[in-house]
Design a protein around this ligand. Structure first.
Ligand SMILES: NC(=O)c1ccc[n+]([C@@H]2O[C@H](COP(=O)([O-])OP(=O)(O)OC[C@H]3O[C@@H](n4cnc5c(N)ncnc54)[C@H](OP(=O)(O)O)[C@@H]3O)[C@@H](O)[C@H]2O)c1
Length: 259
């Protein structure tokens, strides 16, 4: 049985409206009748009446209750039907905004061609080592907010072949501004206008990672980030990509060549 989480707004530590809560639709709930049920489950677990933002996690569908990325778990995807159900979530007031995650420029364009309610946000990988140079100007031109996941380079994950926090530009600026490398990486993201979603299992890191608004990286120093070699960490290889049942047969197809 699932453990009931202690929610700060239930314990009187803060008010519900002090938090911005995002949840995501997992791939096994793409069936339109499952979309709102999945949202209801999230709301129930979070012990609140609404969430602020609900996202389609990946443009991939799995069979109901499928676990893992085995080819037999993939199911046909009807993004128009899924998005129409997301729009119902929005219209119900249970999700105050709806959006997408891991959508390339092409995939976002396709969604915009048929949606009634436009996605408010696209949540994607972004850090100094993968700056999303193609997606950022496109989302800006469409007035879709850019939200950065893995903003410090997911430093301990098996996907991270390069440690962003050890890039020379990051360690040099950490020394210069007398801030931790993670705050330099996060501050770079914030100065691009992105929201950032850093994760830590350490309370002290959570506390310092949020201290981003007492300094600014100079324009000259920001230019130095333009020279960093670019690589995605989370390519989807071995997970969302397979050459038989996935709608994305190759990594190139998943990201529409933006690699
Ligand atoms: N939409 C998507 O498909 C998607 C995909 C991936 C992630 N995300 C979201 O993005 C969030 C963050 O992503 P992420 O965990 O991949 O990457 P991240 O936040 O860039 O990196 C997390 C790693 O950095 C370490 N870390 C945190 N603060 C640090 C500090 N001050 N100094 C040194 N190391 C530090 C953490 O270790 P410790 O725990 O040991 O501190 C953890 O290993 C997740 O919570 C998730 O919600 C979304």
């Amino acid at each position: 049985m699932r453990r009931r989480l202690a929610m700060p707004y239930k314990e009187g530590i803060l008010k519900r409206e002090d938090l911005f809560i995002t949840s995501k639709l997992w791939c096994s709930d793409h069936n339109p009748t499952d979309v709102i049920k999945a949202l209801d489950r999230s709301i129930e677990r979070l012990q609140c009446d609404y969430i602020d933002l609900y996202l389609i996690h990946w443009l991939v569908a799995f069979k109901k209750d499928a676990l893992g990325f085995a080819p037999e778990n993939f199911a046909p995807l009807d993004i128009k039907a899924t998005w129409a159900a997301m729009e119902q979530c929005y219209e119900s007031g249970k999700a105050r905004a709806i959006g997408i995650s891991n959508f390339s420029v092409e995939k976002t364009k396709d969604l915009l061609s048929h949606c009634k309610v436009r996605p408010a946000v696209n949540q994607v990988e972004c850090h100094p080592h993968w700056q999303q140079k193609k997606l950022v100007p496109y989302l800006t031109s469409e007035d879709i907010h850019f939200s950065a996941y893995s903003p410090i380079g997911s430093s301990n994950s098996s996907f991270a072949k390069i440690n962003v926090l050890q890039l020379p530009i990051i360690t040099t600026l950490a020394e210069k501004y007398q801030k931790t490398p993670s705050r330099i990486a996060l501050r770079w993201n914030v100065q691009q206008g992105h929201s950032v979603l850093p994760k830590s299992t350490h309370a002290d890191r959570l506390a310092t990672n949020i201290e981003l608004f007492d300094f600014e990286i100079s324009k000259e120093d920001l230019h130095e980030f333009d020279n960093i070699e670019q690589h995605r960490l989370l390519s989807g290889e071995g997970t969302f990509v397979n050459d038989t049942t996935s709608p994305h047969k190759t990594v190139e197809q998943l990201w529409d060549g933006d690699l």
